[in-house]
Design a protein around this ligand. Structure first.
Ligand code: LP5
Ligand code: MN
Length: 245
């Protein structure tokens, strides 16, 4: 819809779950088309092995984003912890812009910070150390030199390792740390933060120095969709039903 900006995150698109892609394609056609902008706040893909991956399902997603752009809606993407290897070639193919995490955007005159959300989980020390390693550009360049099959294997091993590790972590450790949220919001001088990653859709509000602060958390798309619709005057965090659920 015109006059409206949309935010989604954590779709985790994967060939094993074609219904998520179906829902995204319908969402692009019915909701995003004609809107002022679409922001994807990370983990659009379950795993991204490099822009040279010629997965046909991913190509359909890329084509749909490209079409949305040519129909007049700009698309902005943040890296998630699964698809941080999305690169310039992908951006060019999908006609979208990859923004740094965090970014501050102007939403109808209001300054709003967007993040994937993993940086906010600072109590998860093991993850933050891992993140630092895999976000190193030299390390990434080396990884991208490996044959695709080998990258796939490493990613699968890492997913297994991550699943084992997260089972041993409390929900608290894997949620955001409020002091870190405060630091980021103060540093970027914003009162509103939108992010995903934790898969705990909610709107948190509190007061700091007499200012009303808010943190809007988008949900994942594993069993249903999640979207934040924002127009000049108000916003709504909604879940989107999927057929069969
Ligand atoms: O994704 P989710 O929610 O399950 O867990 C995340 C954190 N885990 C990750 C890792 C990803 O799941 C796996 C990476 C897939 C992308 C691969 C693309 C290209 C490959 C690049 C190769 C590096 O992000 C998890 C958090 C959780 O969110 C909640 O915030 O806790 O963090 C971890 O589990 C990390 C572990 O704590 C530390 C990992 C140590 C890995 C050691 C390397 C072993 C080497 C194995 C094979 C090379
Ligand atoms: Mn996610």
């Amino acid at each position: 819809m015109q006059g409206e900006t949309l935010f989604i995150s954590d779709l985790h698109l994967d060939s094993d779950q074609p219904e998520i892609q179906q829902q995204l394609l319908a969402f692009i056609e019915q909701d995003a088309k004609g809107s002022d902008a679409l922001y994807i706040l990370g983990d659009l893909f379950e795993v991204w092995l490099g822009d040279d991956d010629d997965n046909a399902d991913h190509q359909r997603t890329i084509d749909a984003l490209k079409q949305l752009h040519s129909d007049g809606t700009p698309v902005y993407i943040l890296h998630g912890n699964r698809d941080f290897l999305l690169g310039e070639q992908f951006a060019q193919n999908a006609h979208c812009s990859i923004l740094p995490d965090p970014s501050v955007i102007d939403l109808y005159g209001q300054q709003v910070m967007i993040m994937h959300g993993d940086l906010l989980c600072s109590d998860d020390v093991a993850y933050q150390a891992f993140r630092q390693q895999i976000r190193n550009p030299q390390w990434q360049a080396q990884f991208l030199q490996l044959p695709l099959a080998q990258r796939k294997q490493i990613a699968e091993d890492l997913r297994k390792k991550s699943q084992q590790e997260t089972q041993g972590k409390t929900m608290d450790i894997m949620d955001v740390t409020q002091a870190t949220v405060d630091d980021f919001m103060q540093q970027y001088a914003v009162h509103t933060l939108i992010h995903g990653h934790t898969h705990r859709p909610d709107i948190h509000t509190w007061t700091s120095k007499d200012e009303r602060m808010q943190r809007i958390v988008l949900g994942d798309w594993y069993t249903q969709g999640s979207v934040l619709r924002w127009d000049r005057n108000e916003y709504h965090l909604q879940s989107l039903d999927r057929k069969g659920h």
